[in-house]
Design a protein around this ligand. Sequence first.
Ligand code: NAD
Ligand code: UD1
Length: 310
Amino acid sequence: MSDAPVLITGGAGFIGSHVVEALLVQGQSVRVLDNFSTGKRSNLKPHPQLEVLEGNVADAAQVERAVKGCCAVIHLAAVASVQASVDDPLGTHQSNFLGTLNLCEAMRKQGVQRVLFASSAAVYGPNGEGVAVAEDTPKAPLTPYAVDKLASEYYLDFYRRQHGFQPVIFRLFNIYGPRQDPSSPYSGVISIFIERTHRQQPIWVFGDGEQTRDFVYVEDLVQLLIQGLQQAQPTHLPVNVGLGRSTTLNQLLAHIAKTSGTVLPSVTHKEARSGDIRHSRADNQRLQEHYQLPGVTSLDEGLSRTLASV
Ligand code: NAD
Ligand code: UD1
C-alpha cells in the first residue's frame, strides 16, 4: 500500500462507501470526490486517513485538484440508474461520460496510471440473453447509460495505449447490499423489495417476475476491486463481475420472505418496463482466470445482512 491516497470518485455512494471502509481497514489513505447527488455523508464515518471533497466529476478543475497526489483512482461516480439516463441523456452524460474523460486528462497530467472503472452489464443490452454472457459478446448499448459506460471503457483503453494507463475495467452485474438507496423507483430491486418488506408497503413486480438477474453481494465485489488495485499487472481486458447464478424476481421474493421471517406485503404485477433486459447472467471465466474469487456470499446470507441494516 502506498502512503499517497487512493481517490474514490462516488465514494459516498452504495458501492463506494464499502470500498472506502475496506481500504481504511487496510491502512490505506483515501480521498473521496462526490457531489452527494445520491451518495450520503452519513455513509462515511470520519477517519484520520479519510479526506472528503465535495465536487463534481464533470468539473475538470475539481477533478484535477482531487487527483493531485493520489497513487490510483477507483472511478465509481455516475448516475447509476439506467432509466434516469433515458429521461435525461444530456444531464447524465455529464457525470457518466465527461466525468471519465476529465479523470483521464487529470491522471495523464499528473502521471497517475492505475484506474479501476465500474462499467456495467448494460453494455451487452439484450445480446446473450438466456445464456451466460462472455466479455466478447457483441455490445448493444441501448440506453445513454450503456453508451456512456462503453465509451468510457474505450477512452480508458485509448489512454492505456497512448499514455501507459493501467485501467481495470469491471462490468458489474447486479450488486446489492447494505446502504443501497431504495428511495427512487429506479433503485436496485433488492433495496426496494427489502425496504418495502421492512415497512410492509406494497411491492410492485414489473412483468411476470420470471426475469432473472445475477446478484452479487457488495462485499464480494469490494474484495475484487481491492485485488484490481493491488495486482502488479492486471489484465486490461474488461472483466465481468457476476457469479453466473440466475435468480428470478419470484425466487428473490421467496428468499426475502424466508430470511426476514415475515409475511411479504402485497405483491402486484405491473407491465414490464420497456427496454428491460429479461435475463442477465455473467460468464465469469475471465474473472476466475485473473482474480481470486472471494468466498462467495450466498443470496440468503447477503439478504439477511442487508435486512439487518434497514
Ligand atoms: P450510487 O448512486 O450509490 O453511487 C454513485 C455515487 O456517485 C454517489 O455517491 C453519487 O453521489 C456520486 N455521483 C454521481 N454523479 C456524480 C458527479 N457528477 N460527481 C461526483 N459524484 C457523483 O450507485 P452505486 O450502485 O454505488 O454505483 C457505483 C458505480 O457502479 C456507478 O458508476 C454505477 O454505474 C456502477 N454500477 C453499479 C451497479 C449496481 O448494481 N449497483 C451495476 C453496474 C454498474
Ligand atoms: C442494474 C443497475 C445498473 C447496472 C445493471 C447491470 C441499479 C439501480 N441498476 O440494472 O446500474 O448497470 O444492473 O446489470 O442498481 N423491478 C421490479 N420492481 C421494482 C424494481 C425493479 O420488478 O420495484 C425489476 C426491473 O423491472 C428489472 C429487475 O427488477 O426487471 C431488476 O431491476 P434493477 O434492480 O433496476 O436492475 P437492472 O435494470 O438490471
